[in-house]
Design a protein around this ligand. Structure first.
Ligand SMILES: [Zn+2]
Length: 291
């Protein structure tokens, strides 16, 4: 702090990060803490020893052109969980002379509402760690683009507007049966009504038409977009201008392809997500990154 005068004005923010970090660390067992610390030892040495990038293990069958992305939800400061992905993505982009993209995934103003300050916090923290990005995108600026791809899927009969409640659809899904909306012809009209704010939150979702017989139930017609009443839950950046927001898998699948991302570092819990994203990309004839 004494050396870095400029940090003094940010004491509150720093304390918040430290506090969040401490809570996280304290929730780990001693063994887990030791493991995390080991990981950080090499991560945090980036600044002092950039030549270490040569020691990163090679990725077999990696794409020729490496483009990675770090895609946090700006709903709070960086934490241990997403820092790992940030560091790996950055270091591998550098190792292979590729590109590192920072993408804010801020399309859930209701359940995981973004925090205006977090957009800055995350950028400042990444810079402080030496993880400079080549391109920056914010998903809430891209909603019209997601609508365009949704319309394309509907036109190709690869998506439909489903008016089942979550509970009711779950029963269809688990029994491998199509809901009554699957073969409707008016999905585009209804989708436009959703966009215009004329369908209430919770009353309709856009679903990808895969198959109701997929062995993994999560792959049976997964949701792509839903209505969020931004009159009640305004988005901190774009207010109440839009009512339809993509689910994580839809926006991530589109953005990864459209931004030319070729290499993704995922946790194991994302396996089902990546399968759904691949389905979306296939239907749209878009490329799928290596992960
Ligand atoms: Zn339905």
């Amino acid at each position: 702090m004494a050396k870095h005068q400029e940090l003094r004005s940010k004491v509150k923010e720093i304390l918040k990060i430290v506090e969040q970090f401490t809570i996280k660390v304290n929730s780990l067992s001693y063994e887990e803490q030791k493991i995390e610390l080991e990981k950080y030892k090499s991560y945090l040495s980036i600044k002092q020893k950039p030549q270490e990038e040569k020691d990163l293990p090679d990725i077999p069958n990696r794409p020729e052109r490496v483009v990675t992305r770090f895609a946090p939800n700006p709903d709070g400061p960086l934490h241990i969980g997403n820092l790992r992905a940030a560091v790996l993505s950055y270091k591998y982009a550098k190792k292979y002379g590729g590109k590192f993209i920072l993408r804010f995934e801020d399309t859930d103003p209701k359940i995981k509402p973004p925090l205006l300050k977090a957009y800055d916090w995350i950028q400042e923290d990444l810079k402080w760690l030496g993880l400079e990005w080549d391109e920056l995108y914010i998903q809430s600026d891209r909603l019209e683009l997601y609508y365009e791809y949704a319309r394309r899927l509907i036109a190709n009969d690869d998506a439909y507007v489903c008016e089942c409640t979550q509970e009711v659809f779950k029963n269809y899904k688990n029994s491998g049966l199509a809901c009554p909306h699957r073969d409707r012809k008016d999905s585009l009209v209804l989708f436009e009504k959703m966009i215009a704010g004329n369908i209430e939150e919770g009353k309709a979702v856009l679903r990808l038409k895969t198959s109701m017989h997929e062995s993994n139930p999560a792959l049976r017609d997964p949701p792509l977009m839903r209505v969020i009443d931004t009159r009640k839950h305004p988005h901190p950046r774009i207010g109440s201008k839009y009512y339809v927001f993509p689910l994580y898998n839809f926006s991530a699948a589109l953005d990864d392809s459209l931004m030319g991302v070729t290499l993704i570092f995922r946790g194991k819990e994302h396996l089902t997500n990546s399968l759904i994203q691949t389905e979306i990309q296939k239907k749209l004839g878009l490329s799928t990154p290596f992960s």
